[in-house]
Design a protein around this ligand. Sequence first.
Ligand code: ADP
Ligand code: TPW
Ligand code: MG
Length: 569
Amino acid sequence: MADAGTEILTDGFHLIIDALKLNDITTIYNVPGIPITDLGRYMQAEGMRVLSFRHEQNAGYAAAIAGFLTKKPGVCMTVSAPGFLNGLTALAHATTNCFPMILISGSSEREIVDLQQGDYEEMDQLAIAKPLCKAAYRVLCAEDIGIGIARAIRSAVSGRPGGVYLDLPAKLIGQTMDADAGEKSLVKVIDAAPRQLPSPESVARALDVIKSAERPLIILGKGAAYAQADDEIRAFVEKSGMPYLPMSMAKGLLPDTHSQSAGPARSLVLKEADVVVMIGARLNWLLSHGKGKSWGDKPKKFVQIDIEPKEIDSNVQIVAPLVGDIGSCVSALLKSMGDKWPTPPTDWTEAVSSKKEANVKRMAPKLQNNNIPMDYHGALGVLRTIVKERPDIILVNEGANTLDIARSVIDMYKPRKRLDVGTWGVMGIGMGQAIGAAVETGCPVLAIEGDSAFGFSGMEVETICRYNLPICIVVFNNGGIYRGSDVNPTGGLDVAPTVFVKDARYDKMMEAFGGVGVNAISPDTLARAVNEALDSGKPTLVNAVIDEKAGTESGRIGNLNPQSVISKK
Ligand code: ADP
Ligand code: TPW
Ligand code: MG
């Protein structure tokens, strides 16, 4: 506050800070520069946590995962045009994944931008952001900062959560106004994500369909993990007695070792189920759009719980939609189920259990192999044991083979402990998510990274060391994308497009900034290094040397690659 004659003044800087703090937003993920450098400084001076990254995309991924983990919008702050565009990928990712996030970018002067007169970092950011997020707003007057931030928060978290862009021109940040009027202009958002109750008819309809099932299945998606209705979901699954399949980031909502988990019998349950209850999961590509070969040829009825009415019937008919928030919908189902709900036919639950046991048994010896160089299963076998022994750690996971095999091999035991590439299968979320998760939860993080995947955000190891975060990165170094063994068919000088430098030592990147680096060529060394890292909480990078021939093309989604009819190696 400044004293101008008799009037006490405040300014854009302080109104932004006061508005965020009033709404319990106290952590900012950012990259400084004109016009937001001082904003970050003042934020820190006012007691906010301001974490600076090496690239806005990673700051954005940290903010997005903060939103997923806390149900409050994660905030990323960037400079204009290039910084804004770098952050925008993460904002679009947040929207695609239904995570609440706010991207705040400084922008150039409207008068110059709109006449296209070539201002410093000139860009019509609002127009560019609009199609890529849930909502986009620009604040032009200091007295609107309070309402602008309130709108951004409510838009991000209410209904289906998503990304919101907030454009703050440099001139606004420096604007002054009467401090008293400024304080009065701030808005505290009341009940930012109101409960949305399902209609009683929709509850009765859903239970009728579920009751009629002979081979029912529940699919839990990351919306169910986000909802933080863990007790209700567990009670519903257990009371219904139905087998359930967790989508990747819903693993651990109930422990993967739960007797009703159908994870290891995925193909069987998708093909055979006659009634499928979707809870916070979309019938998108990850579930083959609810039709086709992986769903078999038996008729299916879908029940779907989602907060977004437009999601219903997106790919196939939903015979019993339940539109509302997951906590309210699942509670309503539970209440109407009463005390004597019939369990599914035992021939179905037993068929699922025996398929599951057979698959688990078949996998067990692979996970115990001690091959050198390691294969995926040998290395993941030891990490699987570590996660079992330390169920509170948060697992971040990206890559192709490194992702797909880790997802199926590593059991999760608690909700919201598995974070990964999400709906787009995007590479580059790794370090942003690891940092966001460590900062928001204080839990140790184990990031299992393909060597290609890691490269997208690898420079953030400096950020991890700078803030001394309890993050252990394991780089699955197979020397390339999918495999390190491809060759250039022409015999020319360039290596194949999927191949990296041989025998690279990613561990030295961590050492460069004062963290611990370990080169692990055997499962034993890998286990020791990861356990030490998790015990000490020191930033650590383990370079896990993986057989360059062990992976397969595109991991488990090679079928999505187009095929040339002219030539195929
Ligand atoms: P997955 O990838 O795990 O299958 P998706 O991201 O496809 O999950 O689906 C998540 C769904 O959950 C979205 O359709 C979203 O609208 C819904 N959702 C998110 N939060 C809630 C909530 N609190 N209540 C109900 N539905 C929710
Ligand atoms: C933003 C395409 C999918 S998986 C992958 C790429 C580049 C890397 C796979 O290699 P990695 O794993 O990580 O070494 P592994 O174990 O199989 O060797 N750009 C973006 N997102 C995606 N998904 C890609 C490219 C891709
Ligand atoms: Mg690789």
